[in-house]
Design a protein around this ligand. Structure first.
Ligand SMILES: Cc1ncc(C[n+]2csc(CCOP(=O)(O)OP(=O)(O)O)c2C)c(N)n1
Ligand SMILES: [Mg+2]
Length: 457
């Protein structure tokens, strides 16, 4: 059994609970800055300490509108080559094979019901990813992205959220919306762009969204979802709602200016938002090592005054606990939290990519051996909550459901051509009416201009 540190942690005050988790996660806390580089007035180099004039209360600090900082008599450089620091540690509860790490803090133990739901969702996600990917390769729809290697990040975090929490996702977190209740048929309808999907074919495949599930429609314009999430979180705060906003994004997306604007706005407004970065090592063909020179994405959080935790993104239990703590801190302190989930994109970036062109087969093989779904399954089996027969049945059922969903979605009618002018304005303005007339006249004159399966009306 895992150490049920939750019992002790829950007894702690709110603030102590957060610190306890951070402390338990810290295998080796970063060393303090060396004397003379920060932390107050120091005697000039070479001068005996006794010879240094003792500063008065008034002149040992600089008080300015943005805060109060201590003076130092030596140039207090930090960062880069001046003060290399140990990387922030990565919180985990399971080892690479799925065995419990002795002594790991688990402030929010998983119930059997939640754990099994998480695993069954992982199985459906893996099955959907495999078959949807193949369906795209067969030309049945135009594009797909898998979340292979990152299933535990999406589903572990989703399980720790409330249905009232508002999600803003990038594009590789379909496990989150699935966990919330988006069906395989909903996914297939969106990928085929048929009349049953809420976007009515106006988005590329994989741009899921659901008002009912509090999941904003995906926009693949990287990082735009982060400022949106901060705004939503601020609205939740003003309305005194018991809910947070959650923004998912990749390591590459964190290089956009919107990342920095979002963190700073969230910190200064005190917005209850959880930023979940999936650092999967790659932004298409650009390795994470080309994205930054600091300590990953987590290293930036403290600079913005944002509570930050690095977590093993392949450990569903660690991600669940990190997210549950992040949610508690965000709500109690009305402040943002940054999680950096360390993971690996085991598949190609998308169906438009061939990752064997830019990364080593050995790297992929090593990461696939740490498959997050297999790790979580090992743990479930160790609890006596899962076995081979249950696994085979779940995979067979998922396979049947995915195939049925794809067949039904492919057969469903497409929305009529005129629908592309609808849903933005309550009443269609004159310029859209004019454009609609032009399109209809064009298609009447050139029937081949419109795909045969789109009703012209
Ligand atoms: C503003 C913007 N710039 C560039 C792109 C093209 N693009 C799509 S995905 C991607 C890489 C993103 O990598 P990351 O955020 O690490 O997510 P991952 O694909 O690894 O999950 C890029 C550059 C885009 N969609 N939007
Ligand atoms: Mg990435």
């Amino acid at each position: 059994m895992l150490t049920r540190a939750s019992v002790a942690l829950r007894a702690c005050s709110a603030a102590r609970g957060a610190r306890a988790l951070a402390a338990a996660a810290a295998a080796s806390p970063p060393p303090p800055l060396s004397p003379g580089t920060a932390g107050g007035e120091q005697p000039p180099s070479g001068a005996p300490a006794s010879a240094a004039a003792s500063p008065t209360a008034a002149d040992d600090r600089m008080d300015f509108p943005g805060g109060s900082v201590p003076f130092s008599r030596s140039p207090a450089w930090v960062g880069g080559a001046f003060s290399p620091r140990a990387p922030l540690p990565c919180y985990r509860t399971l080892d690479a094979s799925g065995r419990e790490v002795p002594g790991a803090a688990v402030p929010h133990p998983l119930s059997r019901e939640v754990a099994v739901k998480m695993y069954e969702t992982m199985v459906r996600l893996q099955t959907a990813d495999t078959i949807f990917y193949e369906a795209q390769r067969q030309g049945r729809f135009s594009f797909y992205m898998t979340s292979s290697g990152e299933e535990a990040t999406a589903i572990g975090s989703a399980a720790a959220l409330s249905p009232d929490d508002v999600v803003f996702s990038q594009y590789r977190e379909q496990g989150v919306i699935m966990y919330r209740g988006f069906t395989l048929l909903d996914m297939a309808n969106q990928c085929f762009g048929n009349m049953h999907e809420q976007g009515r074919g106006r988005q590329m495949p994989i741009h899921y969204g659901s008002r009912a599930l509090n999941f904003h429609t995906i926009s693949s314009t990287l990082t735009t979802q982060l400022p949106h999430a901060v705004g939503a979180a601020y609205a939740l705060k003003l309305d005194k709602r018991d809910a947070v906003a959650v923004a998912y994004f990749g390591d590459g997306a964190a290089s956009e200016g919107d990342f920095h604007a979002a963190l700073n706005f969230a910190a200064t407004l005190g917005a209850p938002v959880i930023f979940v970065c999936r650092n999967n090592g790659w932004a298409i063909s650009t390795p994470a090592t080309d994205q930054y020179r600091g300590d990953g994405i987590a290293g930036r959080g403290p600079g913005y005054g944002v509570a930050t935790l690095r977590v093993d993104g392949g450990d569903a239990i660690a991600v669940y606990n990190a997210t549950a703590e992040a949610r508690r801190v965000a709500l109690e302190q009305q402040a943002p939290v940054l999680l950096e989930a360390m993971s690996y994109r085991s598949g190609h970036h998308s169906t438009s990519d061939d990752s064997s062109r830019y990364r080593a087969a050995e790297e992929m093989r090593q990461w696939r051996a740490r498959d997050p779904v297999a790790r979580f399954q090992r743990w479930l089996v160790d609890q006596g909550w899962w076995d081979d027969a249950a696994d085979a049945a779940a995979r067979q059922a998922a396979r049947r459901e995915v195939i049925q969903a794809l067949e039904a979605a492919q057969k469903a009618p497409k929305p009529p051509l005129s629908s592309m002018f609808e849903d933005v304005y309550a009443e269609m303005p004159w310029h859209l009416e004019a454009q609609q007339r032009q399109v209809m006249a064009h298609v009447a004159a050139h029937p081949d201009a419109c795909p045969a399966d789109i009703p012209v009306k």
